[in-house]
Design a protein around this ligand. Structure first.
Ligand code: NAP
Length: 310
């Protein structure tokens, strides 16, 4: 079986590509290794996607996108792509479970959260250290939580965490947030949110559960250890310090800049018939709306490529 389009990744870019490709009657396969939606699946509030409904969450938006793509006839499988061979006209996509062939491929693999990279982080992930407020926020009902980062994600998720936590402290490495002004204003106005400026987390400690962590003030070099409130005995550390593109398997095959895939404005990569869409490519704005736009463009270009080459 040779597909017209294989889309790797079922985030907004991949699902949008799936909607456009399947609607054009292309034989379309979407391959997703984990949970549909990619990073937006772990986002509590989506209030800036055009026509998002009141109280729109990442999962609710994604569920409608998936339904739309499947209704147009796209197929979706759960598999992890581990290798690709783009050296022939028919492209080969190797998953852990099966091999797939296609006339075109749209790489919509997105990005994953960047880790702090300090001692203790990996060991205590899921044990008090989290990268997903939507998933883990409810565990911290009436406890304190700390959020690392100063971008849109850190500040928005800090606001979301105030629904559960008794206090949320944002730890940022500078004395000024990177987040959009409108998001900053909400955070500054929220009485449950506090800030620790000019500081980074240098060590995370705990036996089985997060027990304390060390922060360092980058201006004074002073280090101090932060513990939970004595009465609580537990607290949470949420990390939102940006993302890393999921493009490792395309290294040496697709042209990239610091791990981000280089495309032109038609989403074409250096290989004819292979496109990239969404957060994994070099671009200026990484949002659901721009990911969806990339996906649409890539699918339309794939259709043109097939018309001209097959
Ligand atoms: P981001 O915009 O890249 O911000 C990353 C933040 O983490 C920055 O404040 C950065 O500090 C800090 N940081 C980076 N490396 C660090 C390290 N090693 N240690 C400590 N701090 C570190 O990432 P993001 O907030 O995840 O957002 C990613 C993209 O998604 C952005 O384009 C963003 O606009 C978009 N997004 C949009 C929305 C929305 O519009 N509703 C929501 C979420 C995300 P510096 O500021 O000092 O560089």
């Amino acid at each position: 079986m040779i597909y017209d389009v294989i889309i790797i990744g079922a985030g907004p870019a991949g699902l949008s590509a799936g909607i456009y490709a399947a609607r054009s009657r292309l034989n379309t396969l979407i391959i997703e290794k984990g949970v549909d939606g990619g990073q937006i699946a772990t986002t509590a509030d989506v209030e800036n996607y055009p026509a998002s409904i009141p109280n729109e969450t990442g999962p609710s938006l994604v569920a409608r996108m998936v339904e739309q793509a499947l209704n147009f006839g796209a197929k979706k499988v759960s598999d992890e792509v581990v290798e690709v061979d783009f050296s022939h006209k028919i492209k080969l996509v190797k998953g852990k479970n099966a091999e797939y062939k296609s006339k075109t491929v749209i790489i919509a693999t997105g990005a994953v959260p960047r880790l702090i990279g300090c001692p203790g982080e990996r060991e205590l992930t899921g044990r008090g250290v989290s990268y997903c407020a939507t998933c883990d926020g409810p565990f911290f009902q009436d406890l304190e939580v700390y959020v690392v980062g100063g971008g849109d994600a850190a500040v928005e998720e800090a606001i979301y965490l105030t629904k559960f936590a008794k206090k949320v402290t944002i730890i940022h490495r500078r004395d000024e947030l990177r987040a959009a002004k409108s998001i900053q204003e909400k955070a500054f106005a929220n009485p449950k949110i506090d800030f620790i400026w000019d500081s980074v987390v240098t060590e995370i400690k705990g036996e089985n559960m997060l027990q304390s962590f060390v922060i360092k003030n980058l201006k004074t070099n002073e280090e101090r250890e932060i513990f939970p409130d004595e009465e609580d005995g537990a607290f949470g550390l949420f990390v939102y310090i940006g993302n890393i593109p999921s493009t490792n398997i395309f290294k040496d095959i697709i042209q990239m800049d610091r791990g981000y895939i280089i495309t032109n404005d038609k989403m074409e990569t250096n290989i004819p018939g292979v496109y990239a869409a969404g957060d994994n490519r070099v671009k200026t704005l990484r949002q659901v709306v721009t990911a969806a736009a990339d996906g649409a463009i890539a699918a339309v270009q794939a259709e043109k490529y097939i018309e001209e080459n097959f």
